[in-house]
Design a protein around this ligand. Sequence first.
Ligand code: T46
Length: 138
Amino acid sequence: MQIKFLQLQTHGDERGSLISLEHEKNIPFEIKRVYYMFNTKEGVRRGFHAHQQLKQVVIAVRGSCRFLLDDGKEKISIFLDNPAQGLLIESFMWREMHDFSDDCVLMVLADRLYDESDYIRDYNDFLKLIKMVDKQND
Ligand code: T46
């Protein structure tokens, strides 16, 4: 599985740092939605789903957390702790988030509006759908 990180240019001076997120400049899709998670309690695991269409870029703008990404064939654990690094998550990728630091603010940019029908929340359904998609692409 290939993990795609986006390196985000930091504009820094004596006042501090600034990062700008712009369609086609450093974000590979038109941003339709932004949400962020914070105050995540100790020991919590979130996610446990994949998306049929949605593409997202995830940035730990403060603190850190860990992502488990699973394409149905391979699982990779990724540590996010850099506000200048975006993790691109394509569709048909199972994700789980855990090990949130107390101060973690996890920001997500999405290419679609919120749509519950895009979620695949059952892992066995996810594996079946992956097989179907692979067959279609053969
Ligand atoms: C994802 C991972 C990284 C909304 O009303 N609008 C929204 O845009 C979102 C994202 C969520 N919600 C509601 C739906 C639930 O009642 O907020 C509640 C928590 O959402 P959820 O349980 O889906 O959160 P996570 O952390 O499991 O997953 C989220 C995203 O939903 C998902 O797309 O990829 O973060």
